[in-house]
Design a protein around this ligand. Structure first.
Ligand SMILES: NC(=O)C1=CN([C@@H]2O[C@H](COP(=O)(O)OP(=O)(O)OC[C@H]3O[C@@H](n4cnc5c(N)ncnc54)[C@H](O)[C@@H]3O)[C@@H](O)[C@H]2O)C=CC1
Ligand SMILES: O=C(CO)COP(=O)(O)O
Length: 430
């Protein structure tokens, strides 16, 4: 009798095409089905095949549907993604995410994007994005999918979101996140695409993902890579690295981000992924100084190599447990190279040497509202190195910070790294 009821209920659910229904895979329910008559077992098998993919890894997020006694559960409703930020990278990633979720029925079609409101040619930027589907200020020349909706209020943007993508210049993160405290959906998770650190009390630094995670009380993953926004928006092939420890979430994130031109590799070395993304902006500033001084490609290669060694050393000292392989992912060596050749930090640092203007002046003149991360990250990192008396172990980072602050001339950078600890260590080994 009970088994007939089960079969009837199951068939009714299938007929109604409740595509988010699947079977409970708990031990209890499995035992119940095994002991059921054959016609029921057939139904169970069909259901499992019908829900392939969902059955094995979507179930941890299931909510009971009507009664768990009958062994069915309902998958949580389609997941909603929002994007907190809409600059150059924020808009490029909105193009990818908006395009992908349209094809995925377990994600909501609408992707809200928080836009720091401003007027562009007498119109509100949100209005421009929502009518013309283009962020004319920060990513001109690229259409955004129509399901990307610009919202000027951050709380409205994030309301009901299951996955929040944070992609703002790091200097604004706390101000933008504070209104979100206590407003997020339970079980919401975050992904930081932000490259930078925050200053921590007592002379330290904090990973941006931790700042967000602690403030909003949500688990955080990161996405970093050799991803110059304009090239990504032009759909030129590149790779990216997601740092994520939750396998189920990692699958979702891969679906949300990956395209034929944007290939995702997921690793679980989350801190190292984020540290690479933050520190390479300092090195790119140094590469810009080299370009401004006209020193040539060999010198720039030395800056890139020593920069990579300092990034690895930084992880060894402050984030022990980092894996060497992570530095060979897109977030490591690849991002370092692309930023040292094609990034904004490099470009402004080159002009700093050749023009004699300040970095702040050049940022305003050259970037049309986009923001530099390198000089500020150099200051944050060196504040920490100084307080720990470790500046001599990171002479490149230290020299770049001093140049940005006007404490020494760009031409002195090479003097500071001529006897780099890497050279001395190798000489001693010989
Ligand atoms: N642009 C790129 O090629 C890439 C950038 N990133 C990283 O992504 C993060 C975000 O960078 P982008 O999207 O390029 O931003 P962006 O450099 O284009 O910055 C402009 C954004 O900042 C916003 N903004 C300006 N003043 C603000 C304020 N007072 N409060 C809040 N927001 C304000 C603007 O509205 C705009 O959305 C950074 O950490 C960057 O390092 C990562 C990969 C590539
Ligand atoms: O992070 C970037 C590319 O991966 C962009 O670097 P810039 O901020 O120097 O343009």
């Amino acid at each position: 009798m009970t088994s007939r009821l089960l079969v009837r209920t199951f068939h009714r659910m299938v007929r109604k095409e409740l595509s988010y229904c699947t079977l409970a895979v708990g031990v209890r329910s499995r035992r119940m089905f095994v002991s059921a008559p054959r016609h029921l077992r057939l139904s169970v098998t069909l259901a499992a095949a019908w829900c392939r993919g969902a059955l094995f890894w979507r179930c941890s997020s299931c909510r009971p549907f009507s009664s768990t006694l009958i062994g069915f559960t309902k998958m949580s409703s389609p997941k909603r993604i929002c994007i907190i930020g809409s600059g150059n990278w924020g808009s490029a990633i909105a193009k990818i995410v908006g395009g992908n979720v349209k094809k995925l029925d377990h994600f909501e079609n609408e992707v809200r994007m928080y836009v720091f409101e401003e007027e562009v040619n007498g119109r509100k930027l949100t209005e421009v994005i929502n009518t013309d589907h283009e962020n004319v200020k920060y990513l001109p020349g690229h259409k955004l999918p129509e399901n990307v909706v610009a919202v000027p209020d951050v709380v409205d943007t994030a309301a009901d979101a299951d996955i929040l993508l944070f992609v703002l210049p790091h200097q604004f993160i706390k101000t933008i996140c504070r209104p979100l405290v206590g407003t997020l959906k339970p079980n919401a998770v975050g992904v930081s695409l932000i490259k930078g650190f925050d200053s921590a009390p007592g002379g330290g630094i904090e990973l941006i993902s931790r700042v967000i995670g602690n403030l909003l009380n949500i688990p955080m993953s990161v996405l970093m890579g050799a991803n110059l926004a304009k090239e990504v928006a032009d759909e030129k092939f590149c790779e990216t690295t997601i740092g994520c420890r939750d396998r189920e979430l990692a699958r979702d994130l891969r679906e949300v981000f990956q395209t034929h031109y944007f290939r995702v590799v997921v690793v679980d070395d989350v801190e190292a992924v984020e540290v690479c993304g933050a520190l390479k902006n300092i090195v790119a500033t140094g590469a810009g100084f080299v370009d401004g001084l006209g020193y040539g490609d060999n010198t720039k290669a030395a800056i890139i190599r020593l920069g990579m060694m300092e990034i690895i050393k930084f992880c060894e000292v402050f984030y022990s447990g980092s894996q060497l392989g992570t530095f060979f992912e897109s977030c490591g060596i690849a991002d370092l190279i692309t930023t040292c050749y094609g990034g904004r930090n490099r470009k402004v640092a080159e002009a700093f040497v050749s023009s004699g203007k300040t970095i702040e002046e050049l940022e305003k003149e050259m970037l049309n509202g986009q923001k530099l991360q390198g000089p500020q990250t150099a200051a944050e990192v060196n504040f920490m190195l100084k307080s720990q008396k470790m500046e001599d172990r990171f002479p490149l980072f230290t020299a770049i910070d001093r140049i940005c602050k006007g404490e020494m001339g760009p031409d002195q950078m090479i003097e500071c790294i001529r006897n780099h600890p890497e050279h001395i260590r190798k000489s001693h080994n010989n």
